[in-house]
Design a protein around this ligand. Structure first.
Ligand code: ADP
Length: 324
């Protein structure tokens, strides 16, 4: 696939994980295994995913001026992401996720947003020089940085003629002030089942119906991811569903991020919706075959190989029909 320019405005975190025999109760100390460090944050994960999938990627975000910030910046650059719009704020801590994992997979996560919460609208302006994206670019957004910033980035990019893709995750508990304006400012919305039901009560018999209903909130195209069951999508011309790829899944962390990055790249380069969803499902499935977030993200060659190995079943899993 040709090199496309993708801009991500979003979060960067360091994930520190410890595996324990059982989760500690309040006030209790439980000895665990050695700490595993992993670069994370939905913004950085999706930026790295897109870079591995062959895109030219620019990340816009904030880190602290601590050691973790330096390490996260270095890792982004090593992945080939343009990090010139990622600044380290003096006197501020980097975003950090403290993850405790019980041996059976049950976990607790304490998230300290740190510098991510300082990505306000003026900071966005100074990081991007007032030009978040150009005509023909794709802007990929998530909700781990302040909503007014996400809204400003979406509006600015759309005005400039960029394709705006929003992964509405994590969904703010109360819907969040400005969310309805944001949905009207994006071209493509990507959500999982929980987020889809959080945006609109799920009163339909199937997820395709629900995706069509979500289009009424503003986005021209809505994609709902369904874990191992694949994804459904509703666009201006088509509703389609992709049954997903059968793989040996070991850890689903990173699947949603790989999916969003691949979907944004494909739609940004003009790939029709059904093919874009199928390719995104392949990327998501591959990310489940390895542990970790960024460490599990696949390359274009891997996505091509999986797509080549499993031809589309036009009349069953890959159902396409015209929307009403
Ligand atoms: P999230 O992690 O954001 O909730 P999902 O679990 O829906 O997102 O996963 C995103 C995509 O990754 C799915 O649409 C699917 O294509 C792929 N995927 C996730 N889990 C599996 C799995 N167990 N087997 C195959 N594909 C998967």
């Amino acid at each position: 696939m040709s090199s496309e320019r993708l801009v991500v405005v979003g979060s960067l975190n360091m994930d520190l994980s410890v595996t324990v025999p059982r989760l500690p109760r309040p006030g209790e100390t439980v000895p665990g295994a050695d700490v595993v460090r992993g670069a994370g944050g939905k913004g950085a994960n999706q930026a790295v995913a897109a870079a591995r999938l062959g895109a030219e990627v620019r990340m816009v975000g904030l880190l602290g001026d601590d050691a973790l910030g330096g390490e996260l910046r270095e890792r982004l650059v090593k992945e080939g992401v343009d990090a010139r719009s990622v600044a380290q704020l003096p006197g501020v801590a980097s975003g950090l996720a403290l993850i405790v994992v019980q041996q059976d997979g049950e976990n607790t996560i304490t998230l300290s947003p740190g510098a991510n919460r300082h990505l306000d609208v003026p900071a966005l302006g100074s990081l991007t020089g007032g030009a978040v994206a150009r005509s023909g670019d794709t802007l990929l957004l998530q909700l781990e940085v302040p909503l007014p910033t996400v809204l400003a980035a979406a509006r600015e990019a759309r005005e400039a003629g960029a394709l705006v893709v929003l992964n509405a995750a994590p969904l703010p508990p109360s819907g969040g002030h400005g969310l309805s304006e944001l949905l009207r400012a994006v071209d493509v919305l990507v959500v999982n089942e929980t987020e889809a039901a959080g945006l609109l009560p799920h009163t339909h018999t199937d997820w395709s119906e629900h995706a069509r209903a979500l289009r009424e909130l503003g986005p021209g195209t809505v994609v709902i991811t369904l874990g191992a069951e694949g994804a459904v999508a509703a666009g201006p011309q088509f509703t389609c569903s992709e049954g997903g790829f059968t793989v040996d899944a070991v850890d689903t962390v990173g699947a949603g991020d790989a999916f969003c990055a691949q979907l944004a790249l494909s739609l940004g380069s003009g790939v029709p919706l059904p093919e874009a969803v199928r390719r995104a499902c392949a990327a998501g499935a591959l990310a489940t075959t390895r542990p970790g977030a960024q460490s599990s993200l696949p390359s274009t060659a891997e996505v091509d190989a999986l797509l080549g190995a499993v031809p589309p079943a036009e009349d069953t899993a890959h159902e396409v029909r015209r929307a009403h």
